[in-house]
Ligand binder design. Structure first.
Ligand SMILES: C[S@@+](CC[C@H](N)C(=O)[O-])C[C@H]1O[C@@H](n2cnc3c(N)ncnc32)[C@H](O)[C@@H]1O
Length: 272
């Protein structure tokens, strides 16, 4: 079961969600979520929806921007993610919902902004998810989505994926997040669904992990889908894989900062 096949809701329990939040949100998903909320032009008093919110990085950041008069709602298909996200929101500032983006539990025109960091590639029915996002936006409302570029633009993840494949392990859990990386395809689907003023820009970020071994450990502990691929290896297999990844990524190792993990994503912006 991987996020690529997301028909089962309970694949991420709260401890996996907590590991995602601990190891991958501060390094990768948090900075991307913040960039997306800013790219959407989020302002004070806005009503914002975070789709595929995971542990809630974008929603929590947006809540600070929209302030007390604004509204933030966040929805995810996964019970463990939503339960964990709720537990981080002691003030109850955010309206957390369990559900699918293909059937959003909101009235038409409920939001000024809809954001989704690394969600679209996991939707088997992309058009219906996007149509729902459009339906809940008010006239003039904006959609911002981040979707990873292909593996060759994300060399650290690509190295883990190819090391898994070399060992005969299905690497979909690691590589599928990078499977919808064509900016033209992304722009076209948004326009076809009826969004206006569509733009797609590529952005790159650097994150640092103490070593390649540490990067693989973080993916194995907290990667929503990559941990499911990595757990197929026994301890020795995982050690061998780490050694290979370390060698492949030697050029990205900085003696002071650690392993430079480059992530590149297409940032789409569109209007209703
Ligand atoms: C890679 S995670 C990103 C989480 C979060 N946006 C972040 O950046 O930290 C993708 C999330 O999309 C959720 N997801 C996948 N399909 C979904 C659907 N149909 N409706 C709502 N959420 C979905 C998954 O449960 C997962 O939490």
């Amino acid at each position: 079961m991987t996020m690529a096949d997301n028909t089962k809701k309970d694949e991420i329990d709260t401890s996996a969600a907590a590991a995602f939040e601990k190891f991958l949100v501060p390094t990768i998903f948090g900075p991307w979520s913040q960039a997306m909320v800013d790219h959407a032009g989020t302002q004070k008093d806005h009503r914002l929806l975070d789709v595929g919110c995971g542990s809630g990085a974008a929603a929590r950041y947006a809540a600070k921007t929209v302030g007390k008069q604004g509204v933030v709602s966040a929805i995810d298909l996964n019970e463990g993610m939503i339960a964990y996200a709720k537990s981080t929101d002691m003030e109850g500032a955010i309206d957390w919902r369990l559900g699918s983006v293909t059937d959003l539990p909101y009235d038409d025109g409920s939001f000024d902004i809809v954001v989704g960091n690394q969600l679209l590639q996991f939707l088997p029915e992309k058009e219906s998810g996007l149509s729902e996002m459009k339906r809940v936006l008010s006239s003039g409302g904006r959609l911002a989505l981040n979707v990873y570029c292909p593996p060759h633009r994300n060399p650290a993840h690509a190295a883990v994926g190819s090391a898994l494949e070399k060992r005969g392990v299905d690497a979909k859990g690691v590589l599928h997040p990078f499977s919808y990386g064509d900016p033209v395809v992304l722009g076209d689907i948004l326009q076809d669904v009826g969004f206006r003023d569509v733009s797609v820009v590529r952005k790159q970020m650097d994150s640092y992990f103490t070593s390649a071994e540490n990067f693989v450990d973080c993916l194995a502990a907290g990667g929503p889908s990559s941990r499911l691929a990595l757990e197929k290896l026994d301890e020795k297999g995982l050690d061998d894989l780490k050694a290979e990844v370390s060698e492949t990524l030697a050029e990205f190792m900085d003696t002071e900062k650690g392993l430079r993990v480059i992530t590149a994503a297409n940032m789409a912006l569109a209007t209703v």
